[in-house]
Design a protein around this ligand. Structure first.
Ligand code: ADP
Length: 271
């Protein structure tokens, strides 16, 4: 990096265009670093469940005539396998949404259908944890985009709302027409909340406030990074409001399918 800065300074003396070139190279080096960090993180995260599975399988072999041990270790084996599978799925999702062509398959999508689908996949888990999910529906709003990716994004937010809430609380998923003609999907929980100074970091890949709680409840540390990319792919954004001990609200804002400024205006075939 030192050489690049020097390069940039010399270039600055000899003209604007060369300076821009040098900056491009610095950006490329940074991108490369980010990529290398990600691969290192992924390898580390994969090693944990893979190592546990190997160890549990070996122990099972030795304990074949102890039914209680077999039962307990089989349960843990299945749990680690599920963790591994969730991680692989999230890595696949993330690599897809980071692709510039992620939305090749876009069309007009019914927001209420996205919310219903995302919530339905969490209903069993919510009931088991005694958390009520309210999704009023009936907004009639539409966005232009990839339905499966939007379901993944909302589902990740609902997953988190459940993961970081205790029994007896409520999670609400509400779609409404927000400011600047944007469609807002808000996922509101009454959970543990997040400290203000950590809020900006939660969208980073593999960042977790409490790694133990995340892992124990099946988190991968990639959920919000996926949501952030899905939002950006659709020309939108995701924001968070939170207060420790009171709860969090994650809001996905997307251009409406019938707003003249949305991508749909350019991409949809003329009627
Ligand atoms: P994870 O799989 O760990 O949940 P995410 O990327 O989805 O990964 O979220 C990153 C971190 O942000 C979580 O580990 C958790 O610390 C925090 N977080 C996310 N959603 C919530 C929420 N609704 N309430 C409290 N903390 C949350």
């Amino acid at each position: 990096a030192g050489r690049l800065i020097l390069h940039a300074q010399i270039a600055a003396l000899s003209g604007q265009r060369v300076l821009l070139l040098a900056e491009d190279r610095t950006a490329a080096v940074r991108l490369d670093e980010v990529r290398r960090d990600f691969v290192a993180n992924v390898s580390h995260e994969l090693k944990t469940p893979v190592g546990a599975i190997a160890l549990l399988a070996e122990t099972l072999e030795d304990a074949a005539d102890e039914p209680d041990v077999v039962r307990e270790f089989s349960r843990r084996l299945a749990q680690e396998a599920r963790r591994l599978s969730a991680l692989v799925q999230d890595i696949i999702d993330l690599s897809r949404v980071q692709d510039a062509d992620a939305l090749l398959d876009s069309r007009v999508v019914d927001v209420d259908a996205v919310v219903t689908e995302a919530v339905s996949r969490n209903e069993v888990e919510a009931r088991a944890r005694d958390i009520a999910i309210a999704a009023p529906g009936g907004s009639g709003l539409q966005v232009f985009g990839d339905e499966a990716l939007l379901v993944t994004a909302v589902r990740n937010l609902v997953d988190n709302a459940l993961r970081y809430s205790d029994g007896g609380t409520r999670v609400t998923v509400a779609a409404r027409s927000g400011r600047d003609g944007l469609v807002e999907i808000a996922v509101i929980d009454q959970g543990i909340g997040i400290d203000a100074d950590l809020l900006p970091r939660v969208f980073e890949r593999f960042y977790r406030v409490d790694a133990a709680r995340s892992r124990q409840t099946g988190g991968t540390g990639l959920g919000l990074a996926i949501v952030k990319h899905v939002a950006a792919d659709h020309g939108g954004e995701v924001t968070v409001w939170s207060q420790p001990g009171r709860g969090s609200t994650f809001t996905l804002r997307l251009p409406s399918a019938d707003s003249p400024t949305s991508d749909s205006a350019a991409a949809a075939p003329a009627a």
